[in-house]
Design a binder for this molecule. Sequence first.
Ligand SMILES: [Zn+2]
Length: 319
Amino acid sequence: MEFSTATLKALVDLARKGEGRTRPNPPVGAFVLDAQGVVVGKGYHRRAGMNHAEVEAIADWKKRNPKVAAHTLLVTLEPCSRPGRVGACTDAIIAAEIPRVVYLCRDPNPKNRDKAKRTLAHHGIECRHLKFAPAEELIRPFAKHVTTGMPYVTVKLAMSLDGRIADSCGDARWVSSEKSRKRTGELRERVDAIMVGGETVRRDNPSLLPHGKANPHLVRVVVSKSGKLPPDAQVFSDGKNETLVYRDAVEAVRDLGRRGMMHVLCEGGLKLATSLAESGLVDEWLTVLCPKVIGTRRIGEAVVFGGGKTEDVFVCSRA
Ligand SMILES: [Zn+2]
C-alpha cells in the first residue's frame, strides 16, 4: 500500500499532540487503515504511564469501526517490543491480528532497534520501515536523550535589524506581532522545560508559561550565579508550574537530563545562551528577526518598520 504525504503528515501532527507531555517517552501517533487506505482508527501517546499510540489506535478502531478489517497499522516510530510501564505494543498488534505494520522511523535506541520487526515476523506479521523525515524530526529530542542522557537544547534569541540582541520571553516590548507571540506559545507547548537567566527574571518578571492551554508537565528553570532572585517573581509566586533554580548552566542541563527532560528551550538572556554554546550544549538556534531599529534607545522606543505591520522572521538553524 502506498501512503499519501498528506496521510503521513496528518499522522505526525497527531503524534505532536503529545509533545511536551510524554517524557521520558517519545511522542508517537498511530493509524489503523483499511484495505483502501482509509483511516479507521487513530491514537497518540498522551503521556508517560498512559497507553502507547498503537494501543490507542487499535482501541479506537475496535470502538468506531469494529466491522471493518484492519489492513495496516501505520505508526510514527517502530513499536516497542518490551513491556515497560504498559504492555509491549507488539503484543497488542499480534492480539489484534493486524497483518501489516509500517513505521516511519527506527527506534533510536540501538538496544531496541529492529526488535519489533523480528518479533512481528515471528508471528507472520509483515513489518517495514518507511523513512519519513518529519517523523524523525519529531523524535529528535527523544533520540538525543535516549542515546546521551542529555536533553535537546533549543536557544531562542531575538534580534533587531541593527543587530541588537535581547532575550525574548514573549515580552510584548520586544516580540512585536501577535503571530510571533502565538509561535512562541506553541514552542513552549512542545518542550519539557523553559530556561532563563536570573537577569531576565529580575528585569522582565516573565511567567514563562504558554498562553494557550496549561501544561502541568512544563518545568521552569532559572540559572543564576548569584542566586539573588526576587521571591515574589511570577515564576516563584504564581503557584503554577514547578520552578528549579541552578547556579550553573551546564549543571542545569545535566540535571534536567537526569530528570528525564528531553527538550529544553532557553529563552534568555544572552549570557546564558553564550555559556550553553561555549559548552557545546546547543542543538538548535531559533533566531527571531524583529523589524525594528533600536540604536541606542530602549527597546520600547525602537523604530518599528512598516508601522508595525511587518512580521517577525523566524530562522531555525541546527548547531
Ligand atoms: Zn509501545
